[in-house]
Design a protein around this ligand. Structure first.
Ligand code: FES
Length: 119
């Protein structure tokens, strides 16, 4: 079995709390992924594209461990990708994140373990 190796997408100092960083498909090798740094001090990664449309979640609004889509205001749990409000009905894909020293490592295509919703 092939082991999934993480990619280094940046350093923790590059994303302020409450901000997000878009990692392009050229870097992820798949689809664009957004890394979020919440005001609770956590880092999360979701597919960038909203499951409801074409909006970029990197442009959304972070509150606690929730991201709100900038286009129609669907909300997703950053912990597990679960959709929390309409109009989106499909969960967002998550990717495991690990902080190693100051580096942000993303395990592309490796979903987070089941965790409780942010609300
Ligand atoms: S595109 Fe995100 S809620 Fe519609």
């Amino acid at each position: 079995m092939r082991k999934t190796e993480p990619i280094i997408v940046g350093t923790t100092g590059e994303i302020l709390e409450g901000e997000a960083m878009l990692v392009p498909a050229a870097t992820t090798g798949t689809v664009p992924i957004t890394v979020f740094h919440t005001e609770t001090g956590k880092f999360y990664a979701l597919d960038d594209r909203c499951t409801h449309g074409a909006a970029s979640l990197a442009e959304g609004f972070i509150e606690d461990d929730i991201i709100e889509c900038p286009q129609h205001a669907a909300r997703f749990c950053l912990r597990n990708g679960k959709v929390l409000s309409l109009p989106a009905t499909v969960d967002a894909s998550t990717h495991q994140v690990k902080i190693d020293g100051g580096d942000i490592l993303v395990y592309v295509g490796v979903p987070v373990a089941k965790v409780a919703d942010a609300e």
